[in-house]
Design a protein around this ligand. Sequence first.
Ligand code: BGC
Length: 571
Amino acid sequence: MATPSVPWWRDAVMYQVYLRSFRDGNGDGVGDLRGARAGLPYLATLGVDGLWLSPCFPSPQHDHGYDVADYCAVDPLFGELDDVDRLLADAHALGLKVILDVVPNHCSTEHPRFREAVLAGPGSVARERFHFADGHGADGELPPNNWRAMFGGPAWTRIQEADGRPGQWYLHMFTPHQPDWNWRNPEVANHFDDVLRFWLDRGVDGFRIDVAVGLFKHPALPDSPDPAADEEARDAVNPLAWNQPEVHQVWRRWRAICDMYTASDGRERTLVGEVAVPTPADQARYLRPDELHQAFYFDLLHTPWDASAFRQRIGAAMRDIASTGAPVTWVLNNHDQQRTVTRYSRGAVLGEKPDADRGTARARAAALLMLALPGSAYLYQGEELGLPEVTDLPPEVLTDPIVTATGEPDRGRDGCRVPLPWSGTQAPFGFSDAPPERSWLPQPGWFARYTVQRLRGDGGSCWHLYRDALQLRRSLSPLHDPGLHWLPSPPEVVAFARGGKFVCAVNFSDAQVTAPVCGKPVLSSLPCDDGKLAANSAAWWLVDNPPHACGQCPPSHETVDLTVTWKGLGD
Ligand code: BGC
């Protein structure tokens, strides 16, 4: 949606293609590059600006591709290098950007460098590329420190040395199959420079950076002050393992590489980081003009369905991130989180029964809210279908390493990764030519209500809501304004204006309320009577006069002026 003078990534809506579940092009039950390429016209019709492709690199798939064995090749499961080239060419011909997922914090135990390190022995140059250390205890039988892995269990695994005896330990902040690189070794940084150039030379428009708060660990690897908290949280908490000051050097270096490519051909590249840090102000430090272009703002994703919480989180992002000149990158769904429809189906009262219709209404409203905010937004495949989480996958089909590590099926992420339903009335719903039992995760029969084919034929469907919102987002000039202006509203409503002419209001309550402006909305997530906003719904209006000129609107609950002036790159 970018206007010519604004780099595309500042307000792009990107679509996350989770490759193994998007579309299967070779009939083996796993989505692949050929399938993704076939789905490009669909993305162009939906109206997104581009796609983020989850990892397609050679990998033993212990963490579904986030355990990379070779950063500059394609796993045969997904196709071959030529398929990436073809996908890039087709996407660009359709006006879609493509960003790849790069995983710099850790690789796979099958990466040749790690294998070499295991064979090379203690003290070798090869072991310096990772975090190998002797254990404590009489025979080194205790891990070097008390760090816990993100998916549960100790963050250290002991290897067997070449002579068959138990030897050193290596650090892995995720599964034991994912050894962490030692970024204090300059060879590691050089290697990743080459990886970036390899893909930039092939034409990618940027990278989504996995665990961008990782990479550097405290040089002395001391004990964590609270290992139980580190393990409990899904976000990066251990203050010695994450968010170390040295990581910013890497982002400066990567930015310089991207900028060089942009300077050479005028095509803007983006780096969007997975930056889960305690506060928005912490995140802004990753978004300084010579560091990452973007970072996912997970605070909104983690916000419960509550007007004051949403207002607070949006306000904090505008105040602490947007005001620095960096765009906020909004996200409500991804391949690691329970889908919004299911997440929002729970009532505000603890123990209240989940209600699927309420979840759907709220997810639609949240989408309109997110797409009305200044900045960029990332959608996760299936979000545009209003797809709920599959919460009852049988335990024997679960594949998420979190389930293996914790023994807790409820913590797993398989439920949001079930292959997409495209068409038809039974599995595999056009996802694959293979029989349904070959799909890497089974699709439930109720997916029939959510197929692309069915929703495209229904003007009131979630798919049409997303497409209409994306079209308006492009065409309405007030939505190109970089700021937002809170409007007075009752406590259960969030309302803001943009560009003086556009109003978005969201009703977080279970009852209809008076709309903050009069007149018919240009778009609403549920049918709206004139002057009303349905329960759990959102609407967009175009207004000629500043809101509240009609004199009939509800009394002011608060007025906060958060209009932000975009300072531009380099300011
Ligand atoms: C990815 C996850 C992955 C983890 C380890 C993340 O943040 O999004 O899917 O399991 O990194 O690589």
